[in-house]
Write a protein that binds this ligand. Structure first.
Ligand code: FMN
Length: 366
């Protein structure tokens, strides 16, 4: 992340089985440690800027039990950081599930292993079933972020305060806190959040370096994306802060447009794991009971085609590079992308798309 690339590229969701495509195709992502390790090395060699995992504790069911097998993100980051030298690796952490001082210590440990390359994605939580599994009550939406505020304040103080300190808030009473070592070489790990509500976004603007946001809806319009980036940056300035905007997507890149579109249809639609997709929709309160048949079918297809909420970059290297460049020129600082199978598909993407982005002035040559 600490380089001159105008448009950073990351890989997203590789710690979860199926990654971000709920599909039954046999080559779907395993999320095994050997595959995650090989991916980290491949990404590091190819000049990928960051690895962003998903904090997920419970699968969505369906034929494949989509996201049923996941590796814990901070411990995974430690393994990946030890095996690489350039790439930034995030841990994605649900604030209500980890004590902030244990979390702060884990982050510092990962940051030392990576010599300053650890990043934190803080999640306030939205998936009730996951919280029930821990016996933790999911707070109401506004309170979730009030809790997360104290949590991140404690983490930051543990990282920064040279002396012993006390913390007295609504949710935490901590006495005589000592936390050493501090993050690597006087740096602070980069912090991101992906809140989409007003409260979630305000939390990111107050506390984080990067906000992950949906850029898909207005993808065709440079002005639309630029306006969204401007809006976020202006609001951040009202808190006296500077923030970068990031997006997400799924990449299917093939030598011909037809091949890419056929594979997208094959993996995302013809072999979709509909059971898992319907479960994800139900979690967002979209069911056959409360939604008309036609609207439900359209939403179901939209969920499948868009790889659980990220824009599909489907096409030739020229097409994919052009779309990424559009987003980069609109001011989006980076994009976290997923593949059906990272190890099969990332080499072609890195070999063909990254040099095009370099020629367009959006990235340095690897
Ligand atoms: C790029 C991105 C990554 C996210 N990562 C996770 C995650 O790993 N685990 C999780 O439970 N929620 C994750 N979320 C959900 C958000 O943290 C957030 O809860 C959601 O966007 C709803 O916003 P709100 O909390 O402001 O209502 C992610 C969302 C996005 C867009």
């Amino acid at each position: 992340m600490y380089n001159a690339n105008t448009l950073k590229i990351g890989v997203f969701g590789a710690n979860c089985s199926g990654s971000r495509t709920a599909t039954t195709v046999p080559e779907r992502w395993s999320a095994s440690w050997p595959d995650c390790l090989a991916l980290a090395r491949l990404a590091d060699d190819a000049g990928i800027d960051f690895i962003l995992p998903i904090g997920r504790w419970k699968g969505y069911g369906g034929e494949t039990d989509f996201h049923g097998t996941t590796l814990e993100t901070v411990t995974l980051a430690c393994g990946q950081l030890a095996a690489t030298s350039r790439v930034t690796v995030f841990g994605t952490v649900h604030a209500p599930l980890f004590h902030p001082l244990i979390a702060a210590k884990e982050f510092v440990t990962a940051d030392h292993i990576g010599e300053g390359r650890f990043g934190l994605n803080i999640v306030a939580g939205w998936n009730e079933g996951e919280f029930e599994m821990f016996g933790v009550r999911q707070r109401d939406h506004e309170e979730r972020y009030a809790f997360a505020q104290e949590w991140i304040d404690i983490v930051k103080r543990a990282w920064a305060e040279p002396d012993e300190f006390d913390f007295h808030g609504k949710y935490f009473h901590l006495a005589g806190v000592r936390a050493k070592p501090k993050p690597f070489a006087g740096t602070r790990p980069i912090i991101m959040n992906a809140g989409s509500s007003g409260t979630g976004q305000a939390f990111a603007l107050r506390n984080c370096d990067a906000l992950f946001t949906a850029t898909g809806a207005t993808r065709k319009s440079l002005e639309g994306i630029a306006a969204r980036v401007d809006e976020v940056k202006r609001e951040a300035q009202s808190y006296g802060r500077d923030i970068e905007v990031f997006g997400t997507g799924q990449v299917i890149c093939r030598p011909s447009q037809r091949e890419a579109e056929e594979y997208h249809r094959h993996a995302n639609i013809d072999n979709a794991d509909w059971g898992a997709i319907e479960r994800m929709m139900a979690l967002r309160d979209i069911t056959r009971d409360n939604t008309g048949a036609e609207e439900y079918a359209a939403k179901r297809r939209y969920f499948a085609a868009n790889a659980i909420g990220g824009y599909p970059f489907v096409g030739t290297p020229d097409q994919v590079a052009a779309e990424l460049a559009t987003i980069g020129r609109a001011g989006v600082r980076g994009i976290a992308v997923s593949f059906v199978n990272f190890l099969d598909e990332l080499p072609y993407f890195c070999g063909e798309v990254l040099p095009r982005l370099a020629r367009m002035g959006l990235r340095e040559k690897n």
